[in-house]
Design a protein around this ligand. Structure first.
Ligand code: DC
Length: 202
């Protein structure tokens, strides 16, 4: 039987960590849909056409470690405004959502466009300063040469593009439960999300 958890929110709000933990807790499969756009963005950086790259995307393309860089994140946000790129990625996401045994998908438009009938929807957010600080720590730990100011500017630029685009903008679904992680520890944020999903399963 399928059970779909849709988790949306802006960059570095904690959706990835929460999604993985929720999936592990309930034994569901997890899809980080940002990786789809990152994989297309990476191909565009290497010279590919964005629409052709999205149409030819292979799940193996999602396993590349280099998709985690800030440059690829910006390229992902840029290709994500193109309606034909988004359309090319819909079927894969919907079939993942319907798989037997339950699925957690995280992204920007899961609760609004990809799975409007999801069994439970969360919108995970945090202040821009807080998100930039977390992303800065994460990238510094990977020895990336970057400043907090650059990361904050990057987060704000991506937020603006993701929220203001015409196709599937980042906006909470009307029936999404808001989780603000600004003042929560990772464990507290996960506990809140798990409780919301457990409640929806009753
Ligand atoms: O979640 P992320 O930071 O890895 O996503 C990278 C970019 O991909 C993000 O800035 C916008 C785009 N994206 C999207 O438009 N829709 C999604 N469902 C997931 C990501």
């Amino acid at each position: 039987m399928s059970f779909t958890v849709a988790i949306d929110g802006p960059a570095a709000a904690g959706k990835g960590t929460i999604s993985k933990a929720v999936a592990a807790h309930f034994g569901f499969a997890h899809l980080d849909t940002g990786l789809l756009y990152r994989a297309v963005g990476a191909k565009v950086i290497s010279g590919a056409d964005p629409i052709a790259a999205a149409q030819a995307l292979d799940p193996v393309d999602l396993e590349d470690d280099s998709l985690r860089t800030p440059q690829v994140a910006q390229a992902a946000s840029e290709v994500a405004v193109i309606p034909q790129v988004r359309e090319a990625l819909v079927a894969f996401q919907r079939s993942f959502a319907r798989r037997d045994g339950g699925a957690v998908l995280d992204g920007r438009d899961i609760g609004t466009v990809i799975c409007p009938d999801a069994d439970v929807k969360l919108f995970v957010t945090a202040s821009p300063d807080c998100r930039a600080e977390r992303r800065f720590q994460e990238l510094s730990a990977k020895c990336m040469d970057i400043t907090l100011e650059t990361v904050l500017a990057d987060v704000k630029e991506r937020d603006a593009r993701d929220r203001n685009r015409a196709a599937a903008p980042l906006v909470p679904a009307q029936d999404a439960v808001l989780v603000d992680t600004s003042d929560l520890s990772i464990d507290e944020a996960i506990a809140q999300a798990v409780a919301i999903v457990a409640d929806a399963r009753r």
